[in-house]
Design a protein around this ligand. Structure first.
Ligand SMILES: [Fe+2]
Length: 300
């Protein structure tokens, strides 16, 4: 053995352990992140800014939800779109109520259910829906509404989570797919068609129905990520290595933006390189000289 080889080996081991600890510490940091996508379309003549909020699960973001509210206010969105699991089936509704009371006063807000609202059971579900009404948030359940923002007209559709049917809630016949079709049929015209749905794994159905843009959540970013290598380890209803864990996707001319959501203390397994995110989607007129009608950027 060469003189000095033991201290050198120990130094390498200590360095490797320190590097591993730093890798884990950075990965486990779960402060709120901001992610922005730009989607261009010939149907858009005047820019519209959407804030997509999903999977809050009644988690806490500072005093009276101030951190999340400030992040939204800084972006000055035109609409707030709430894509399900805003409430949780185990955590109390207080944090969600505080959040909805504030955004309901400041912005037009539209909401669809997620699976966890149904998991809470019939009575608790009714209480959550009553909070929406008190806060001035509009629930979409197979409907289409016309929304005019700064002279830009959009058709906004929303559908319930499929668990409503699976768990025996009193629902319209035709199931989830029937409700998606009903919402699509209610759109009419050639205006920009936007679908709010909790479930990203049904993207093929949304694209087939001719929606221009679907906004979803549910996957929680696949819980664990490795930047540049793995975009999500596991997601509900998609299993291991989910196709739609979080990001922006295209199919048959349709675009889907999947938020990684805001769940934190509601989930036992911590997020890893998967910070909870507020998603901003900018709808802009198409630029014929641009190579792509999509762009995205992330910001801390
Ligand atoms: Fe969720």
């Amino acid at each position: 053995m060469k003189p000095g080889s033991k201290p050198a080996g120990r130094r390498r081991l200590l360095f490797a352990l320190a590097a591993l600890a730093a890798f884990c510490a950075v990965g486990l940091y779960n402060g709120l992140a901001l992610r922005q996508y730009t989607v261009a379309s010939p149907k858009i003549t005047s820019p519209v800014r959407l804030a997509l909020v999903t999977d809050l699960h009644s988690c806490r973001y500072g005093e009276k939800q101030g951190a999340l509210l400030e992040a939204i206010r800084r972006q000055q969105p035109d609409l707030i779109l709430l894509a399900g699991d805003i409430f949780d089936d185990k955590l109390p509704d207080d944090n969600t109520r505080q959040f909805l009371e504030a955004v309901g006063l400041e912005y037009p807000c539209y909401y669809v259910t997620g699976n966890h609202e149904y998991r809470a059971g019939g009575d608790a579900f009714a209480e959550k829906m009553a909070i929406l009404v008190e806060c001035g948030v509009t629930r979409l359940a197979g409907e289409a509404v016309s929304v005019c923002v700064k002279e830009q007209e959009l058709v906004l559709c929303g559908v319930d989570d499929p668990d409503a049917w699976r768990l025996g809630f009193e629902m319209d016949s035709g199931g989830f797919e029937g409700q998606v079709k009903r919402a699509r049929d209610a759109c009419g015209g050639e205006r920009y068609r936007l679908l709010l749905s909790h479930r990203p794994e049904r993207f093929a159905l949304y694209a087939r129905q001719g929606f221009d843009l679907a906004l979803c959540g549910h996957a929680h970013g696949g819980q664990w990520r490795i930047p540049g290598l793995l975009n999500g380890l596991i997601a509900p209803n998609q299993g291991l290595f989910p196709q739609y864990a979080g990001g922006c996707y295209r199919q048959n001319g349709a675009v889907m933006v999947v938020s990684r959501g805001l769940a934190r203390e509601s989930t036992l397994v911590p997020r890893f390189y998967n910070r909870p995110e507020l998603v901003i989607v900018d709808l802009v007129p198409e630029n014929p000289t641009a190579g792509s009608n999509l762009s995205m950027e992330g910001e801390s």
